[in-house]
Design a protein around this ligand. Sequence first.
Ligand code: CTP
Length: 412
Amino acid sequence: MLAGSRVLLGVTGGIACYKSVDLCSRLRKAGAEVRVVMTESATRFVSALTFQSISGNPVATDLFATPAQSAVEHIWLAEWGSVAVVAPATADILGKLAHGIADDYLSTVLLAFAGPALLVPAMNRLMYAHPAVRASLAALEGMGYAVLPAEYGHLAEGVSGWGRMPEPPAIVERLQALVAEGRAPRPGLPPPAPRDLAGVGVVITAGPTQEPIDPVRFISNPSSGKTGWSLAEAARERGAEVTLVAGPVAMADPPGVRVVRVRTAVEMAEAALVAYEACEVAICAAAVSDFRPAAAAPEKIKKGAQDGLELHLVRNPDILAAMGERKGRRVLVGFAAEAGAGPEEAERKRAAKGADLVVYNDVRRPGLGFGADDNAVVVVGAGGLREALGPMPKRELAHRILDRVVMLRRGQ
Ligand code: CTP
């Protein structure tokens, strides 16, 4: 997908810029030609010579150095590139770009560049949370820039927080998607997702759970996790700080989301309830096994001469109900996958578990629900709310559900 692309790689001065050397090398391996533009402070972390060797092209740093290509080299570079990526993007470059300031090589090239551009912020967690940085990111997304949000993790200052640069493979993947999409900063584009969950902590449970019977067998269900993944990505697009507590599913971690992988319902309950403490929104999209074997056999169960086998099952914790008990001012959303019962069953579950909304779907409808990319649901809420949505892609559905969450947060 990147083969034949001409990538402008902007590198600004953050500790994460050592990772950009790897990014540059991966871009070349993916078949792209790469030209690097570094800010002055980036050259304090990594030398221009390193990027020159890895990219195989001269590195631009000084706006007023003797131009190598033409008298207005920054414009030449902006026209040369077919796609741009700035990684790491410091608060400084985001602020400049959001306000049209061009006072060094990189900011000048970026302002003159009209193709698709990906910004990968990375900085101190307190800086990343600052309203000015949030506003720059929101404004840039509004202009059509793609943003790959910073991740949660260990930061250079020795603590964990949101601000870490995603790993180079995730950046390459996002850039490939952007090239495929061709979205560029120019007017007339469909509006990006609203940033109405900026800085809001959201915990989402997703996928099935596995309840071991013995070391090689378990009780589970065919949940793919796609609904939870779609919700996590949609919430992240709207600026939320998302923790996704996921049972065993085949999907890779969505970028920009903190993912906690678990296996059993008990593990899921533990992880989800810890995250819940610091969250303002919780969405239980997991298909949790209601029961588990009372004790998993330590060794593989042999059939021997037995005609049958009885398993003694015990109840698993109900995560949604536990969250409902300590809901406070949070917005709490559950799902009800039913095979026969109507939305009134979802309303019963909503009231019983103390949720604000329950998303009802009929799992018997062919091509929808479990494992599918599309779904049709009814959002059930207090006061007789019944909103039928779909069939539509799960990602779009996720945004419609989040619209409801935002309305509830605003007291509507
Ligand atoms: N749920 C949960 N923990 C459980 C069981 C369910 O958090 N142990 C959540 C699901 O994630 C979903 C909602 O509760 O958001 C409803 O799940 P569902 O399986 O439809 O309902 P149950 O309460 O398990 O009722 P039943 O199986 O009797 O239909």
